[in-house]
Design a protein around this ligand. Structure first.
Ligand code: ADE
Length: 377
């Protein structure tokens, strides 16, 4: 058994935190009990690329209880809970390759490490594992029977691979389950994003102008929770239909170039790139707090921000203060990576319970299939 974690000695704390999450994951626990009896995944090799959290640990334990050989790497360089990674290695004998804050090279070294176990199934969050498998380890593709994808962004990438005729095995889009996006994306992201922003800044939300960029399921959740904290919530949305929905939900809706001038907090949750750009940073108020809760760190144009800045420094954990040439300060939270997992602990266990039950059942479904699914999402 191979692994790469930060500190194996932190396993004990990780085990307690996993136990705490498990207390609130009744659906997955029922599946686990059945898996223990029936071992439907006996001898099946699964490579997972997920946020390494207490809830993910519970999913890994469930797959193992079903008889699978699992190995796990991180789906984001900043979302790993190091004590959880250590506990999975020490107490569950699961190969984990994940260290919070790992650099780009290490992130991909860890993806290669889980692919080295020659997966029959992949479990992905964001599609980095599947795209690396197709582009750099294509000799392994013939042994892969299927996969699952957790998140909106990953599904968009995989659908585009399928449309181009590139995707070489079937993927179940877990995010499309109603018991996933109705709850995880909305209530999970809503709460955990507010949690991350508050833990990073310790600033008062009440009375602030809180700009939510994107009104998909995640944006809806955050807008609802920011309003609950007493903020004046402003929504920006390029698609007219959800923009109209935001109006009728009672939010102020305007383009980002106008919102940029008045916001105190900004958070992007769009799945798009360069949502907040140089020209927007240029007109922000002194001390604005800017964050992202979308899957990839491409929603904030930090290269553009660097160009108009004269200096930057880390002023407190997860807060980097950029001093602009115009004298104002812009605070970027969590390096522009998902703030709910970088500065907080991700979605609470009761919503991840439903998402990860879908993951476990999807794998079981594919293992039991007599006739393979088509190479599609
Ligand atoms: N994505 C968002 N929150 C998460 C969590 N707690 N565990 C795994 N993936 C997540």
């Amino acid at each position: 058994m191979d692994y790469d974690v930060k500190d194996i000695k932190s396993a004990k704390e990780g085990a307690l935190r996993i136990e705490w999450a498990n207390q609130n994951m009744s659906v997955l626990n029922r599946i686990r009990k059945r898996f223990e009896k029936q071992t439907p995944l006996k001898g099946i090799r699964i490579s997972a690329c997920l946020h390494v959290t207490t809830e993910t640990a519970s999913l890994m334990q469930t797959l193992k209880a079903g008889g699978a050989e699992v190995c796990l790497c991180a789906s984001n360089p900043l979302s790993t809970q190091d004590d959880v990674a250590a506990s999975l290695v020490k107490h569950d004998r699961i190969s984990v390759f994940a260290i919070k804050g790992e650099d780009h090279k290490t992130y991909y070294r860890h993806i290669y490490a889980v692919l080295d176990s020659r997966p029959q199934f992949t479990m992905d969050d964001g599609a980095d594992l599947v795209s690396t498998l197709h582009s750099e380890r294509s000799e392994l593709l013939s042994g892969v029977r299927g996969g699952t994808e957790e998140t909106t962004t990953g599904i968009i990438r995989l659908r585009s691979m399928a449309a181009d005729g590139v995707l070489q095995y079937p993927i179940i889009a877990v995010n499309d389950a109603q018991t996933k996006h109705f709850f995880d994306n909305r209530y999970g992201t809503g709460q955990s994003t507010i949690d991350g922003i508050i833990r990073a800044t310790n600033r008062l939300v009440a009375g602030s102008n809180f700009v939510v960029c994107g009104y998909g399921w995640c944006g809806r959740g955050l807008a609802m929770r920011a309003r609950g904290m007493g903020a004046n919530v402003i929504v920006t949305e390029v698609d007219p239909l959800p923009a109209l929905e935001a109006v009728m939900d009672g939010f102020t809706v305007m383009p980002i170039h106008r919102a940029a001038r008045i916001g105190d907090f900004f958070c992007t949750l769009t799945g798009n790139i360069n949502v907040i750009r140089k020209e927007h940073f240029q007109v922000m108020k002194d001390g604005a707090m800017v964050s992202n809760s979308g899957h990839f760190n491409v929603e904030l144009d930090l290269e553009g921000l660097k160009k108009i800045s004269k200096s930057r420094r880390v002023i407190r954990p997860f807060v980097e203060e950029y001093r602009l040439k115009n004298g104002r300060r812009i605070n970027v939270l969590g390096e522009g990576r998902l703030i709910n997992l970088a500065a907080a602990e991700g979605h609470p266990s009761s919503v991840m319970d439903m998402s990860f039950a879908n993951q476990a059942l999807s794998i079981e479904y594919m293992v039991k299939l007599k006739k393979p699914l088509e190479k599609n999402v």
